[in-house]
Design a protein around this ligand. Structure first.
Ligand code: N01
Length: 530
């Protein structure tokens, strides 16, 4: 069968864009198929008020082009969604990517043709592409989760999902608003919605930890210094588990004297951001150490929130960092506003949505606008939306019935020539996504180059290699506190989803080493054929 392209790339976010660029540079033909009208992926869809990245802007950026790195100017410590989207568009223009992207088209099916060793890709507008390789750049947090709460369809006013926000924006000025959820998206948007709305009711099922961002405009001297030493910063970042250049204190929290420990937590709190969890090395390994950090944050909540009952309800009871830590601007302070009410919907849960509000705990709450900040079907959702069929017509949905299984989070046995960028089983969401994306793209590009040099057309993970990797991913997950709570990392937010810790928690350096060792050993764990 004649191929239209060497590679079909699903998704035009940061992963898809760089994959396209990298393959083009190597002389492969590729086409990106993207559902949105523009590039940017998660930053194209997540336009809710207050959306910004929780990794510092100078680090949440591509490093494949030294020129790009030098010419782009970030304006704030944590970039806003509009600025990140502007960056994505700049990259698309600068590298002339758009001519190989098909927009407003969703891939619905992809099947591997075993006779010709090609992927046949079908789209929602009747399109059909034949490609040697299929590369899923579908994102980890890109399939919004709308909970099946009875009555949702009957709500009379507008309903918005943070993960699929109207492009024209929303003005809440005259409205009474109900927000369901208290994850990162809610924690970022609630302070802004509260400043606009006449009244805001926040429906909280699980209290969440957040630390201040202390966002600020970037100091030009700091930017100059970063630009002058970018390669060193990137190298330092790559040597740390999360791929983020931050100060890690190797001491144990529980073995540090109380006053010194409190001083160090305060220092991290004052500095702001995700580095709070690097205050000590054992916060995610030891319950008692973890409790010292959790207690510190709970005390802050009680300091900031004036009403003791509200402060108590806002105080999380679980492990800090088990769910992803949030980074906020004036989240706790928002609950001191007279126009904000917090409602516990943990037990009993929300009973139903009514045309003019919702019912929970035997009470009726009225509002005219509903915001669902209810997260995503993470890591597997977007990939499984596509009906992907490998050898013998077996579907990925069927293969992953008990949870996702991959080799290195990149490939799947039974699905030749299919690659997932930052797939389950890779560090992905536990790291700075940009360097993780680049590492995967570079690995895939090198793999395709090797196949070409060998005159080979098919690469496939072996069952044995996949099973070993899955066992390793599970084993390292079991050693941390992170797999102990109900989070989207384990699929707990989606009813019926198998409970498996999906990302690889062994850290970026160990992971990169393993990926490189596989290549050095002539693609150990893969079968390669003509
Ligand atoms: O989603 P979430 P998110 N009734 O799943 C609640 C990244 N991100 O969009 O915890 C009542 O964290 C749910 O309650 P519970 C980041 O990695 C990054 O906020 O399941 N409540 C929870 O409170 C983040 O972790 C950035 O009990 C219901 C909330 O909805 C990830 O995306 C910004 C419910 C969902 O929280 C996801 O964040 C934004 C129901 N039926 C997102 N169903 C930054 O970079 C769900 N909930 C800063």
């Amino acid at each position: 069968m004649k191929t239209d392209f060497d590679a079909a790339i699903v998704g035009g976010g940061f992963a898809g864009m760089y994959m396209l660029h990298r393959l083009r540079m190597l002389g492969f033909s590729a086409r990106v198929i993207e559902a949105g009208k523009g590039v940017g992926g998660t930053w194209y869809w997540n336009r809710y008020p207050g959306a910004r990245c929780d990794v510092e802007s100078v680090q949440y950026s591509y490093q494949f082009s030294r020129e790009l790195e030098q010419e782009w100017e970030w304006t704030e410590r944590y970039a806003t969604q509009p600025e990140i989207l502007k960056y994505a568009n700049h990259v698309a223009d600068r590298f002339d990517l758009r001519r190989d992207i098909t927009f407003e088209t969703r891939v619905t099916e992809a099947s591997f043709d075993e006779a010709d060793n090609v992927w046949i890709v079908e789209t929602d507008n009747g399109g059909r592409f034949v490609a040697r390789f299929l590369i899923a750049a579908t994102g980890c947090l890109s399939s919004p989760n709308t909970p099946k709460i009875p009555g949702l369809a009957d709500f009379r006013g507008p309903t918005y999902h943070t993960g699929n926000w109207p492009h024209e924006g929303v003005d809440f000025t005259p409205s009474t608003v109900g927000v369901i959820g208290t994850g990162s998206s809610a924690i970022q948007s609630i302070p802004i919605i509260a400043r606009q709305a006449r009244h805001l009711t926040v429906f909280q099922r699980t209290a969440n930890y957040t630390v201040p961002a202390h966002n600020r405009p970037l100091d030009p001297d700091y930017v100059r210094e970063v630009k002058a030493t970018y390669p060193e910063m990137r190298r330092r970042a790559k040597s740390l588990p999360a791929g983020i250049d931050l100060k890690v204190n190797m001491a144990s929290a529980i073995e540090t004297p109380d006053r010194e420990r409190a001083r160090l937590f305060q220092e991290r709190w004052d500095y702001g951001g995700l580095g709070f969890m690097a205050a000590f090395s054992d916060l995610l390994l030891n319950d008692e150490s973890n409790k010292t950090a959790a207690d510190f944050v709970r005390a802050k909540i009680h300091e900031i929130v004036r009403d003791p009952a509200t402060a108590e309800l806002l105080s999380p009871k679980n492990i800090i960092g088990c769910k992803r830590l949030c980074v906020d601007t004036a989240y706790w302070e928002t609950f001191n506003r007279p126009n904000v009410t917090l409602v516990d919907v943990s037990e009993p849960p929300i009973d139903r949505i009514a045309p003019d509000g919702l019912h929970a705990g035997g009470r009726e709450y009225k509002f005219d606008t509903l915001v669902l900040a209810t997260g995503f079907d993470a890591m597997t959702g977007a990939l499984l939306k596509v009906d992907i069929r490998g050898r013998k017509g077996r579907s990925l949905r069927d293969k992953w019935r008990e949870g996702p299984t991959t080799y290195l989070g990149l490939t799947m046995a039974g699905f030749p020539n299919l690659f997932a960028i930052t797939g389950p089983g890779s560090p992905s969401v536990l790291t700075n996504m940009l360097p993780s994306i680049e590492q995967h793209v570079d690995w895939i590009a090198e793999c395709l180059q090797t196949l070409r040099a060998k005159g080979a057309r098919v690469i496939e993970a072996t069952d044995a290699a996949e099973q070993d990797w899955v066992a390793h991913v599970g084993q390292v997950a079991g050693a941390t506190l992170r797999s102990s709570c109900s989070s989207w990392y384990v699929g707990a937010n989606i009813p019926g989803k198998p409970r498996v810790f999906m990302p690889y928690i062994g850290g970026l350096p160990a992971y990169i080493e393993r990926c490189e060792a596989v290549v050095k050993a002539d693609y150990e764990g893969f079968s390669i054929s003509a």
